[in-house]
Design a protein around this ligand. Sequence first.
Ligand SMILES: [Zn+2]
Ligand SMILES: [Zn+2]
Length: 396
Amino acid sequence: MFGSEVRELGHRRDVRFQSAAGFLLVHVAALGVFAVGFSWKGVALCLASYYLRMFAVTAGFHRYFAHRTYKLGRSAQFLLALLAQTAAQKGVLWWASLHRHHHRYSDLPEDVHSPLREGFWWSHIGWILSGEYDETDLSRVPDLARYAELRWLDRNQYLATLLYATAMALVFGPVGLFYGYFLSTALLWHGTFSINSVMHVFGRRAFETSDGSRNSFLFAVLTMGEGWHNNHHRYPGSAAQGLRWWQIDASFYLLWIAERMGVVRGLRRAPARWREATARVIRGRRARFDVALELANDRMAQRIAGLSERWGKLKDLTALAAHQALNDYDRRREAAALRLATLEASYAAAVKRLEAATGKHVEELRTEIDQTRSNLLSILETLVLTAETLRTARPL
Ligand SMILES: [Zn+2]
Ligand SMILES: [Zn+2]
């Protein structure tokens, strides 16, 4: 099942049987809560067991062993590693070395669990089930590997979790085993893995880090402060991941109390200037937004002004064209009238010239021509009549 899911992502990588079998076993066993039946005691045990071990994973594996953001005595260090290994997330040295690698290559091709590079499911569980990264690279954790007891814990990575499960079953019975161990462990895995998967794709970014890390209030509650993952990628050396008062970070609060009790020393808090930097980023973002809004308004106003100016010009142009057409018409009408007058004048001149040449008025000439034409016609008629008479007359 998981093999096919992993392969769908385009990984020609196989799921290692032992890793997948253990993973499946815990999930199937978590369904045992249905056999046990609903119980408030079970819910309380599940939550207590979840947050106890979430603290050990985030404050221990992550902030202490991987990032060394505070100091512990040797025995406290061992006990914290022991408690964290009840979470069944392999050994303390393995966890720290892989996580240091994640920070060095976040979302680069070398990153083991980058959702941006290899897809969501690969970053969530695929890389664990593949068994490709099961070996502990001690070269990345020389500061931890010098403790024999940590090396021993790392070699016996499932001892603590088996003891924990047994204790749960012995003290609380089936409710302890199924709610307090199996269900709680399955939830704890997904809570932890979500930092690798969800927190590199979902949420807001306060800092422009070179990776895709993000911040989420919801996941900060679920993971005792690890949801401020973008803050963490920006300041991995800070034990606190919540940098603002409202960015709740339960693991850091407990570490702060432990420091008051003298268990923890040298807790590296986010310096005030870091917190100030977060506030500055938020202020800067707001200012940029305001500027962008103002620019957009300006551009809109300019556009409207431009359009109305063009409309005005268009109106002017139309009026001008109509005016020109009218002028043109007037000019042509005047020219035509002028030509008509010229023609009339030359006609009158021609009549005058004719009258001068003949010594008669044009009217008289016209009457004479008509007279002559009718005379000619009557002569022609007489001739035709005579010819007809001659043709029909008998010869003498
Ligand atoms: Zn990360
Ligand atoms: Zn980290």
